[in-house]
Design a protein around this ligand. Structure first.
Ligand code: NAP
Ligand code: ZN
Ligand code: ZN
Length: 349
């Protein structure tokens, strides 16, 4: 079905209107009218080709909330009229060890929501900056009914990307947890770490975010550019989540971990980061990475956010403002997630 979308035609041209085709509904498929789509920094990295490997035209968007309009004959979980979410993946092989362990994001054949080979169209997948998406119900999420829909969209990537490593590393009540970077991921990290009972310290390079960080739940806020503010925190953290999207010094944060502490990198700067091995060997500290989360865990995270009334702090934009939003993301000028009101795409068509 012909579907209005917004696409980048190459790494340097602004996103602009573009028609895509959505596949006909298969037996296990759910067709969703997209109401809201969050704007993740990964959308920008991909659209602008910063990581390499982008296939153009590129329709980004993997924080999708919408209304089910039609379901395939064998669909069990959804019916027309239901609210539904789609995150960063729309399929995987379903048979490998990673898939069997509910870690589809590590499957060799994960089909990401955009910029992945699409076996249905023989092209590439197109994401949520569009009117409609068709996905297998196994990769469609149920949305808690008590949450604001627009503010829930960012949970589908920013929420799970921060929830999953904190869950995996057993963040619990009373632990000291650091969140580096107060953007889309970072602000969700603060809310989720607080709900897990942690003592949360935010590290920001933006002095104008200090008050917000406290309002979002941070117990302490550190200006990471100021060495005097960093020093009292040496050797004190159980866990640090680094969400920074650009080149920065991770050694400064590794030194803040206590013995056996872990720093998990979720931000994916296009440039390599340099590691001073000494910051790991003293204190048996560890450094790891984490990629979104599996579908089962994504549902668990949504339910957790429903229980704790957690959503994102958003700035709702029409799709026509997407290029401006990208420019503001690069300047760290986001409070704290842009979400596209997809009605704007309809009205423009
Ligand atoms: P974002 O909203 O732009 O936030 C990034 C934050 O990083 C900024 O707000 C800023 O916070 C800080 N920052 C940016 N440039 C910096 C610099 N040069 N030095 C120090 N701090 C800097 O981006 P996002 O959507 O949260 O995404 C963050 C990163 O995570 C991106 O690289 C994205 O691709 C990646 N990501 C990874 C996964 C995964 O599964 N691993 C999932 C989603 C996104 P302050 O102003 O507070 O300093
Ligand atoms: Zn994302
Ligand atoms: Zn697999």
């Amino acid at each position: 079905m012909k579907t209005n979308a917004y696409a980048a035609q190459n790494a340097t041209s602004p996103l602009a209107p573009f028609d895509i085709q959505r596949r006909a509904l298969g037996q296990h498929d759910v067709a969703i009218e997209i109401l809201y789509c969050g704007v993740c920094h990964s959308d920008l990295h991909t659209a602008r080709g910063e990581w390499g490997g982008t296939s153009y035209p590129c329709v980004p968007g993997h924080e999708i909330i919408g209304r089910v309009v039609e379901v395939g004959a064998s669909v069990q979980k959804f019916k027309a009229g239901d609210t539904a979410g789609v995150g960063c993946m729309v399929d995987s092989c379903r048979t490998c060890d990673n898939c069997k362990d509910d870690l589809e994001q590590f499957c060799d054949n994960t089909v990401f929501t955009y910029n992945s080979p699409d076996k249905h169209t023989n092209g590439i997948t197109y994401g949520g900056y569009s009117e409609r998406i068709v996905a297998d119900e196994a990769f469609v999420l149920k949305v808690p009914s008590n949450l604001d829909l627009a503010a829930t969209a960012p949970l589908l990537c920013a929420g799970i990307t921060t929830y999953s490593p904190m869950h995996y590393h057993n963040v619990t009540k009373g632990q000291k947890v650091g969140i580096v970077g107060l953007g889309g991921l970072g602000h969700m990290g603060v809310k989720i770490a607080k709900a897990m009972g942690a003592h949360v310290v935010v590290f920001t390079t933006s002095s104008n975010k200090v008050e917000d960080a406290k309002r979002l739940g941070a117990d302490e806020v550190v200006n990471s550019k100021n060495a005097d503010e960093m020093k009292p925190h040496l050797n004190t953290f159980h866990f640090i989540l680094d969400t920074v999207s650009a080149q920065h010094d991770i050694n400064a944060y590794l030194l803040l971990l206590k013995r056996d502490g872990n720093l998990t990198q979720v931000g994916v700067p296009p440039e390599p980061l340099s590691l001073n091995v000494g910051s790991l060997v003293f204190g048996r500290r560890s450094l790891s990475g984490s990629l979104i989360g599996g579908i089962k865990e994504t549902q668990e995270m949504l339910d957790f956010c429903g229980e704790h009334n957690i959503t994102s702090d958003i700035e709702l934009i029409p799709i026509q403002k997407i290029n401006e939003a990208y420019d503001r993301l690069v300047k760290n000028d986001v409070k704290y997630r842009f979400v596209i009101d997809m009605a704007s795409l309809k009205s423009a068509s």
